[in-house]
Design a protein around this ligand. Structure first.
Ligand SMILES: NC(=O)c1ccc[n+]([C@@H]2O[C@H](COP(=O)([O-])OP(=O)(O)OC[C@H]3O[C@@H](n4cnc5c(N)ncnc54)[C@H](O)[C@@H]3O)[C@@H](O)[C@H]2O)c1
Length: 326
């Protein structure tokens, strides 16, 4: 475990589009040393060397993890590689920031939980970055204040352009983008799910609209939607609406946070220049320095989200409502 004042030695695995978002932020932190980068793409490694001055750049993550002294790791490689790389990092007792989706099914993620419970002194912070967005946190705070009463309904939408279908051709939109909406619904309702009815319509394959109407174990209906059908350019903003017994609150990301309660509408200012990923790094690094710190979310919660993702896929396949495994 690092000395509280020493810089945290961080490895980064996968330095593609999102890995670079991590690298850029980590590189400018005075409390972090970039200890190594692994990516099979030589051009990416050259970029890590020349742009970020990383000395240890490897084309294979497992050996790098085994051979490099480090305190923590950010795993931002494609989803199908997450579990193997994360297990290796846990063997080295590292703190792991594991990008979403942490795995491509709940059962695939189960060994991670076993490792953290039985054999590793490391931990996993699932990379559900919206937990660290101050506007989302403000919405959750308003809900928790009781102003809108008990939650009865959640609606979350996330529309992306159709280049997603090419960029992420191996990862279903349910695991790639709906997983954010699933996590938001779990966060705001403080519940996992008991059933889901999903539909996919529009274009072929992933170039389509996916809707999941899920019910939490506490009985809240959640309408979750993601579409990879839009032309690049102006897209409808991501939006999260929570309806309670006495009002509602809705966040239109980048546009406004509106509360309807007591017969009036209040518009709350959005946080300027908020950077959820930097906030996530702040929290992750604090957890690396002090492993007893309560984490913003933990593996069991991310795995509960994957159970809903699994059931959503099953519902799409069977074309009927499906129970979510406990
Ligand atoms: N939290 C978010 O909002 C958010 C946003 C975008 C992407 N992501 C996640 O980040 C991860 C990467 O997405 P991306 O958009 O950067 O994809 P990308 O395709 O742009 O980059 C992936 C990188 O990983 C490298 N790679 C492939 N296999 C590898 C392996 N076995 N070990 C190490 N590196 C490997 C590739 O060469 C590439 O450079 C995904 O899990 C994705 O879901 C999260």
């Amino acid at each position: 475990m690092p000395n509280r004042l020493a810089s945290v030695r961080v490895l980064v695995v996968g330095a593609g589009a999102f890995g670079r978002e991590h690298l850029t932020r980590l590189a400018r932190r005075p409390d972090v040393t970039l200890a190594g980068v692994a990516d099979p793409n030589p051009a990416v490694l050259e970029m890590a060397r020349s742009h970020y001055g990383v000395a240890i750049c490897r084309d294979e993550p497992l050996r790098m993890i085994q051979e490099t002294e480090a305190d923590a790791i950010v795993i931002a490689s494609p989803a199908e590689s997450h579990v193997e790389i994360c297990l290796c990092a846990l063997q080295r007792n590292l703190g792991v920031l594991l990008e979403k989706p942490i795995a491509l099914s709940a059962s695939q993620a189960a060994p991670l939980l076993r490792a953290t419970q039985q054999s590793s002194a490391g931990f996993v912070l699932p990379g559900h970055v919206l937990r660290f967005s101050r506007d989302h946190a403000r919405l959750v705070e308003i809900v928790r204040s009781g102003l809108i009463g008990e939650i009865v309904y959640v609606n979350s939408r996330r529309y992306r352009d159709d280049s997603h279908a090419t960029r992420y051709r191996d990862t279903d939109p349910v695991f790639m983008t709906l997983v954010h909406d699933i996590d938001l619904a779990q966060w705001v309702t403080r519940s996992s799910f008991r059933s889901v009815l999903a539909r996919r319509s529009g274009g072929d394959g992933f170039r389509s609209m996916t809707t999941a109407c899920a019910t939490t174990r506490t009985g809240v209906t959640c309408d979750l939607r993601t579409a990879w059908t839009f032309t690049n350019g102006d897209l409808p903003a991501d939006r999260l609406e929570v309806v309670g017994e006495r009002g509602s609150v809705e966040l239109e990301v980048g546009h406004g946070l509106h509360v309807y309660a007591g017969g009036r509408r209040d518009d709350h200012p959005l946080v300027e220049a908020d950077d959820a990923l930097s906030n996530e790094h702040d929290h992750f690094l604090a957890c690396v320095r002090d492993r007893s710190l309560a984490r913003a979310l933990d593996l069991p919660e991310a795995i509960a989200g994957l159970k809903l993702a699994d059931a959503t896929m099953e519902s799409l396949r069977l074309d009927r409502e499906v129970a979510v495994s406990p």
